[in-house]
Design a protein around this ligand. Structure first.
Ligand code: FES
Length: 179
């Protein structure tokens, strides 16, 4: 990196913004400045990072850390982390975190139950505590796709290779060329 030791990017796109991202970002910027950390920590906003249902979200480079579900009350812990403190585990996106676990379980359920119509998939998502925002985002961001059913005006849906790769499901039984 150039002069920065860390670069914080806070998503301020629609869904994160509706949940207070601008407020969190503003407070963080002020506090980074007040503590004199702006000499080595850069704080910016950014567009969506494809985790719209769990925002407000923040990415920190070069740490490869993503924090989700942020509120202003989390800022003391975030600031402590930026100053060399421990990772804030409760906010951290990781394979076994609550956020990612629900997503992975949803995709696992789609595959193991052969769910390929939209209504059933949405119900399955909701049974994993994932909302409509999550569901729509999966299509927009290429984690799920719609395919016409031959000889019908119906569509079937399926997880894409991108989703299967992300959730470690591209293994025996889930052939990559199906997706
Ligand atoms: S709106 Fe923030 S991750 Fe999509």
């Amino acid at each position: 990196m150039y002069w920065t030791k860390k670069h914080v990017m806070m998503c301020t796109s629609q869904h994160c913004n509706q949940r207070g991202a601008m407020d969190v970002l503003g407070r963080l910027r002020r506090e980074v400045f007040r503590r004199g950390l702006d000499t080595e920590i850069m704080v910016n906003n950014c567009g969506t990072i494809d985790l719209c249902d769990i925002g407000p979200n923040m990415v920190i480079y070069p740490d490869n850390v993503i924090y989700g579900g942020l509120t202003a009350a989390d800022l003391p812990d975030i600031l402590a982390y930026l100053q060399g403190g421990p990772v804030v585990e409760r906010l951290l996106l990781q394979p076994r975190s609550n956020f990612e676990g629900k997503r992975r379980d949803f995709y696992t359920g789609m595959l193991s139950n052969n769910v390929n119509n939209e209504g059933a998939a949405l119900e399955l998502a909701k049974s994993h505590d994932l909302d409509d925002v999550f569901f729509e985002e999966q299509f927009r961001r290429g984690f799920m796709a719609r395919k016409p059913i031959e000889g019908s005006d119906q569509m079937r849906i399926h997880p894409t290779k991108k989703a299967l790769t992300r959730y470690g499901l591209l293994d025996a039984g889930n052939r990559a060329d199906d997706f």
